[in-house]
Design a protein around this ligand. Structure first.
Ligand code: F3S
Length: 394
């Protein structure tokens, strides 16, 4: 791989031990994937933030990096943490967990990382542009930025994203290259998609069918950005899909080569079967929306639906700190709290320790959350649309 003079300096330790160690990791990665060179990145999103995911070894690693004065070179955001960083006590997060989570956040802050924790950085102040090279980690954020924005990122692991943040570079391979962004399968959709959960069900089904491929969708007549984030998140979870195109809706759909693709059809039947497959049909102890993190539009929809009601069981909606602030100002938070729900910032149902908070059955409208909750949080899942979930709790 070609390295310029500055990159040679990084490799030779002229910018310190931490930069050298992390740059070596990027060079190794580039060699494995046959990258021709390093490219500068516009922003980074680092996963591996919750104490539940990284535990003591990860926490100590980050504290060691911070103590060695490692500093990021580009705008860097974090994936969700394991708790609401401000209201964790009121929401019942365990104190020993909180102590360790705050150690992690401090280490990130010392490195110059923006300590706002979200899987929708593009809604919270880290918005890449079309064709910008970035190094993001969280699978739904990777899918959204590649597919809906048309930025370019591979799905980075926690360490490679941190290395990109500190070195400001990433190896030029995979989805950074135009030829690797071409669709490899066509999905003809023939179903009415109304709720965000319909897009989640479609994404879950397609992800299982196509595994790692790049789908080109036809037949999706309309979708807002919330629905596209639900679609991409579910496909990323069930099939590691990091990029998809939707005819007439996503920015590269007109530009890519669609000739001669293998085709599969998805209709009402497949969507219905996916709902049944993901839904264990019990009564949820808690309903959690906001996977991926909710937009202000999703928060306002929930507020509208539960306004004036008294919930029998809790409803959470997970979101970024920025959306929570906007919701506070708009009065949505007050409406949701009056009904007995909560807006939970900085975390989500999968990376927070909900299984230790007494919850056994969780209702969700997200194909991604439905995919992960049984394994990560030992939850039974009720997968349904927002209307049915709210109806069941009120
Ligand atoms: Fe985000 Fe957590 Fe879902 S990180 S995509 S809300 S599993």
């Amino acid at each position: 791989m070609h390295l310029n003079k500055d990159e040679e300096k990084m490799l030779n330790g002229e910018y310190g031990e931490v930069t050298e160690r992390l740059f070596r990791l990027l060079v190794r990665l580039g060699d494995i994937y046959k990258a021709d060179k390093m490219i500068p990145v516009g922003s980074v999103q680092v996963a591996g933030v919750s104490y539940k995911s990284i535990g003591d070894p990860g926490t100590e690693f980050l504290e060691d990096m911070a103590s060695k004065k490692a500093k990021v070179k580009v705008l860097t955001y974090l994936n969700p943490a394991g708790m609401d960083l401000e209201n964790w006590k009121e929401l019942g997060f365990p104190a020993d967990f909180a102590k360790n989570q705050l150690r992690i956040m401090n280490a990130f802050k010392e490195m110059g990382i923006v300590v706002t924790s979200t899987c929708t950085p593009y809604l919270a102040g880290n918005l890449p542009r079309f064709r910008e090279h970035i190094a993001w980690s969280e699978s739904s954020a990777v899918s959204f930025s590649n597919s809906v924005i048309g930025a370019r990122t591979n799905r980075e692991g926690g360490p490679s994203a941190l290395a990109a943040a500190i070195c400001g570079k990433t190896p030029n391979y995979g989805l950074h290259l135009w030829e690797k962004r071409q669709p490899t399968i066509q999905i003809d959709v023939n179903a009415d998609l109304k709720f965000n959960s319909d897009f989640g069900a479609l994404g879950y089904y397609v992800g299982k069918q196509v595994k790692n491929k790049i789908p080109y969708f036809t037949g999706i007549k309309n979708a807002n950005t919330d629905q596209l984030k639900a679609l991409g998140a579910a496909m990323a979870a069930s099939g590691a899909v990091a990029l998809y195109h939707v005819e007439k809706l996503t920015p590269e759909a007109d530009l890519v080569d669609k000739k001669g693709l293998e085709k599969i059809a998805v209709g009402k039947k497949e969507i219905k079967e996916t709902y049944s497959k993901l839904n264990e049909g019990k009564k949820p102890d808690i309903v959690i929306f906001g996977c991926p993190h909710a937009s202000l539009r999703e928060i306002s929809q929930l507020a509208e639906k539960i306004k004036g009601k008294k919930l029998k069981k809790p409803i959470w909606i997970c979101t970024s700190r920025m959306m929570k602030e906007a919701s506070n100002r708009m009065g949505f938070t007050e409406i949701i709290e009056k009904a007995g729900g909560n807006i939970v910032g900085d975390t989500c149902m999968v990376v927070s320790p909900i299984e230790k908070m007494g919850y056994k059955t969780t209702g969700v409208n997200s194909g991604k959350a439905a995919n992960y909750l049984p394994g990560f949080c030992k939850q039974q899942v009720v997968f349904a649309n927002i209307d049915d979930l709210v109806e069941g709790q009120s």
